[in-house]
Design a protein around this ligand. Structure first.
Ligand SMILES: C[S@@+](CC[C@H](N)C(=O)[O-])C[C@H]1O[C@@H](n2cnc3c(N)ncnc32)[C@H](O)[C@@H]1O
Length: 313
């Protein structure tokens, strides 16, 4: 069997998609955290595109678990607005490309539901999942149904993650998600700039374990913010400090040095041009002097021979 590439953040970077460092870290922690996923359960992704997030989710599959991914891929969407959305943003997507990407890192494909997320409950059993990632249509009518599907398939201790819960181009996701928080019992646990992490069960234990893990994870910063009568973890990557700005005096010094170096360079070029010209002149003089010298040698030899002949006589 062909060797599979190791899944590193750098290797995952090569797969096109919308799945950034903070969320990669949070997914990996949630999916590998025993207390979140004991006993084994299934994993589900709605909206997989070229596999960037599915590949990472699949790397946390345990024995006896199934990862199901659902996407329209190159097929038509169930209605016009959804069709406009997919042809605008995902026109080059094909199922083949997803499968190729996935098989770069894994030996086996996940279970693929090639169709709209509205059919997902025909393929995933109720109360069977420990993790669901909702990242398909951004339109309210579809996200609302995806929210309900996540409630049906997740176990009480399972985690659901909603992408684009606050982007300016995805108000439909925001409306469906906050509506579920307000009216349906969805419990937010944490947010990153792109995703909201929640559960349909008791959020307390998950939030506390996540907080303890974040305290020992120096490359992620977090705050605990109030959200109504609950606490919400706000998580992001620690940014590497930028290079310090150059002050005006240093800038003036660097500019003067640059000017001096460039003047020296100009002078060196001029000198080398004049040396080349002198060399050319000397070469042509040598080539002119050559035949004259040869004639002089021949004339001298003739004179010597003539002188010898005269001496014998
Ligand atoms: C934002 S992309 C998914 C990104 C992916 N999770 C990643 O991390 O790179 C959204 C995906 O949802 C799919 N999609 C849109 N509407 C859908 C629907 N109604 N049913 C199933 N998939 C849908 C699109 O084809 C697209 O591949």
């Amino acid at each position: 069997m062909a060797a599979r590439e190791a899944l590193t953040p750098k290797a995952l970077d090569r797969i096109p998609g919308w799945f950034w460092g903070t969320d990669q870290r949070l997914f990996s922690w949630i999916l590998s955290e025993k207390a979140v996923g004991e006993p084994p359960g299934n994993l589900l992704e709605l909206g997989t595109y070229l596999g960037k997030s599915a590949i990472l989710i699949g790397s946390h599959l345990r024995a006896g678990e199934t990862l199901t991914v659902c996407d329209l891929f190159e097929s038509d969407a169930p209605e016009e607005a959804n069709n406009a959305e997919t042809s605008r943003s995902y026109s080059s997507l094909t199922r083949d490309k997803f499968e190729q990407n996935y098989l770069t890192f894994h030996e086996k494909l996940p279970k693929i539901v090639h169709g709209p997320t509205s059919v997902i409950l025909d393929h995933v059993a109720p109360n069977s999942c420990r993790f669901v990632h909702v990242d398909a249509s951004h339109l309210y009518v579809h996200v609302k149904d995806d929210v309900l599907a996540s409630r049906r398939v997740l176990r009480p201790d399972g985690v659901v993650v909603f992408d684009d819960y606050r982007s300016v181009h995805t108000p439909g996701v925001a409306m469906a998600v906050w509506e579920a928080v307000a009216n349906l019992g969805l419990e937010p646990v944490a947010i990153s700039p792109q995703k909201l992490y929640a559960t349909w069960g008791d959020p307390g234990p998950l939030r506390e374990r996540m907080r303890m893990w974040l305290e020992k994870t120096p490359d992620l910063w977090f705050t605990v913010d109030p959200l109504g009568d609950r606490d919400l973890l706000r998580v992001n990557e620690v940014k590497k400090p930028a290079d310090p700005p150059v002050d005006a005096a240093t800038l003036r010094k660097l500019t003067a040095e640059l000017k001096r170096t460039s003047a020296e360079l100009k002078q060196a070029v001029a000198e080398s041009k004049s040396a080349t010209a002198s060399l050319r002149k000397a070469t042509s003089e040598i080539s002119l002097a050559g035949p004259v010298a040869q004639r002089a040698v021949r004339w001298t030899r003739r004179r010597l021979r003539a002188a010898k002949t005269t001496t014998k006589d």
